[in-house]
Design a protein around this ligand. Structure first.
Ligand code: SIN
Length: 307
């Protein structure tokens, strides 16, 4: 079922003094120009942060960033989050490689289901900053959906009905899919697939399988904006409901969020940095570039306990 959210779209840009913003789609997203992220100043950063919360996902082209500069820019938003998938690149614990080799025939790619980053953790990452180095000649785009716009587009009655519900998030289904369809390579998802070879699951993996429950309607800690905090990859139930009861509700909500009208899609180029706010949107990667290499690096910024 698709709702018609006429009148709710508002992705106009603010009149910034130190950066320029250009809307990407009607629902969300903006390109930010006029800033070199390796030497960003405080006035520019304040506007970048404002633009991030407003547009949910923003991106910068033609940025030349070392791992140190990528880390330094991320740290302006707050301390690093726990990353659920990798232990970083050598010398950079918090810079996570997302590399898929040209000959990797896995049927699944890291991030391919609609998701918010690591919601199975007690304090999921608030913000993700993804930097591209090598991009296939076609494919490998990322798509985002605005879960605040999706919330605002629900009827008052539906909003009242879901207020107070808590979603159970777990890595369980993603782990199963990785074990069935991913080659055992040194990639984030390859490491998860490797768990099929262990006779005993690590304590850390058990913690992520058990997961956590968080409010379905989440309030942004800075702007106070409300958004649906639910996804297609990690949400496995609703606290206090039988699976038969929660499944249709979760399915409707995810379908509602990911309707085309609520999305924006980024065609990557090398040296692009995209940042998104996991509290306000969900995203998805595509496995559509077999035969080509894709290399990106990701940092995540710590978030609060969702409220
Ligand atoms: C992610 O889900 O963080 C990765 C997105 C991508 O590789 O496009």
């Amino acid at each position: 079922m698709r709702l018609h959210p006429t009148g709710k779209f508002d992705n106009h840009v603010s009149n910034y003094q130190h950066i320029q913003a250009l809307p990407l789609a009607a629902a969300m997203g903006a390109e930010i120009r006029g800033v070199d992220l390796a030497s960003i100043n405080d006035a520019q950063f304040a506007e970048v942060q404002h633009a991030l919360f407003r547009h949910k996902m923003i991106y910068f082209r033609q940025q030349t960033l070392t791992h140190e500069q990528h880390e330094a820019f991320s740290l302006r938003f707050g301390p690093f989050a726990e990353d659920a998938y990798t232990s970083g690149v050598p010398g950079h614990r918090n810079v996570h490689p997302l590399i898929k080799e040209a000959d990797d025939k896995s049927k699944m790619v890291f991030g391919e289901g609609w998701h918010t980053d690591s919601p199975f953790l007690p304090e999921p990452p608030a913000i993700t900053a993804l930097y591209s180095v090598e991009i296939p000649p076609f494919g490998g785009d990322t798509i985002w959906a605005n879960s605040a716009l999706a919330y605002a587009s629900l009827s008052d009655t539906y909003r009242q009905m879901i207020q107070g519900l808590k979603v159970h998030f777990s890595i369980r289904e993603v782990m199963k899919a990785a074990q069935e369809s991913v080659e055992l390579r040194d990639s984030p998802i390859g490491q998860l697939a490797a768990s099929r070879q262990s006779t005993q699951l690590s304590e850390s993996l058990i913690r992520k399988i058990n997961g956590n429950t968080h409010p379905l309607v989440r309030t942004h800690p800075v702007t106070g904006e409300k958004a649906l905090y639910v996804d297609g990859a990690y949400a496995i139930g609703i606290e206090g409901m039988e699976p038969e009861e929660s499944a249709p509700l979760l399915a409707f909500l995810v379908e509602h969020i990911i309707q085309h009208a609520f999305t924006c899609r980024l065609r990557w180029e090398p040296k692009t940095l995209a940042i998104w706010d996991n509290r306000l949107c969900i995203h998805q990667a595509f496995n559509d570039y077999f035969g080509y290499r894709r290399e990106l690096y990701r940092t995540t910024v710590a978030g609060e306990k969702p409220r």
